[in-house]
Ligand binder design. Structure first.
Ligand code: ZN
Ligand code: ZN
Length: 264
């Protein structure tokens, strides 16, 4: 039995303006609190990622008047994919589509023994992580056996594809580095970027077994050239242009010597 308290509300939802809603799961350890976004359009409503899947997401959104008709995973890490199975189909970059469909531990980071009460079952690249992944129970009596990741149906997408919501178009940007098949979504008319885990308000995370620093640098350099006004990342608070540039420039400066050919 766990000594964790029961969490009040599993999800929190925020109207962040311009037809965009953000859902967070406060009762997970910090780095597993991934952002889920709902983007309302005239014809379609898009879900961007789906959290950890501890509690049903779709009824929660419906209770707030949000009924996504399109679903996209920015990448296939466990903290972004938990609720995808509740919808008929998920769009995911081709580099991670099969891994998401089969819940391949190399792609999701969730080991075959993945246990929401044991961080060591998550392949973070940091062996010092231990303890529960949740900081509260979703309901009294909740145990390990009440949670598992469930595989969604997946359709592969590619760089350059456009997700059309009727009055809002989002272009798929392939942004490898954090993971091989990470994507961002670029709304060029409004200069709004959804960054997934490629870019958020914190040092970009490149310490996973499938991370690649050189790719990450290229992806972030590319994002700089877009010059977005607002960036909604896969974690933390959204950023405006100045902070976005700072995060990238700091990372590029810090990693410059890691990828430059060595001069003997
Ligand atoms: Zn994440
Ligand atoms: Zn990630």
């Amino acid at each position: 039995m766990s000594n964790l308290p029961v969490g009040e509300n599993w999800y929190e939802i925020y109207d962040i303006g311009d037809g965009i809603f953000k859902v967070v799961e406060p009762h997970l350890v910090g780095f597993m609190q991934a952002n889920t976004y709902v983007v309302r359009g005239r014809d379609d409503t898009l879900l961007v990622d789906a959290g950890n899947g501890v509690m049903p997401l779709r009824p929660f959104l419906a209770a707030h008047g949000l009924e996504p008709t399109l679903v996209l995973a920015t990448h296939a890490h466990a903290d972004h994919i938990g609720g995808l199975y509740e919808w008929p189909l998920t769009l995911c970059h081709s580099a991670e589509a099969e891994g998401l469909r089969t819940l391949d531990p190399d792609v999701t980071l969730a080991g075959s023994d993945y246990d929401i009460f044991d961080l060591r079952t998550l392949m973070t690249g940091d062996d010092s992580c231990s303890g529960p992944i949740i900081t509260a129970l979703p309901y009294a009596g909740f145990t390990s056996s009440d949670y598992r990741l469930r595989a969604p149906q997946v359709q592969a997408i590619e760089e350059g594809q456009v997700i059309d919501l009727g009055d809002r178009q989002l272009e798929v940007l392939h942004l490898p580095g954090h993971s091989p098949g990470g994507v961002g979504l670029w709304d060029a008319s409004n200069r709004v970027l959804f960054g997934g885990d490629a870019i958020y308000d914190g040092r970009p995370y490149d310490g996973l077994h499938h991370s690649n620093v050189a790719d990450n640098r290229r992806s972030l350099q590319r994002l700089l050239t877009l010059n977005p006004l607002v960036v909604h990342g896969g974690h933390f608070l959204s950023m405006q242009s100045e902070r976005f540039k700072q995060v990238i420039e700091d990372y590029l400066a810090e990693t410059a010597c890691l990828t430059r050919p060595r001069q003997e």
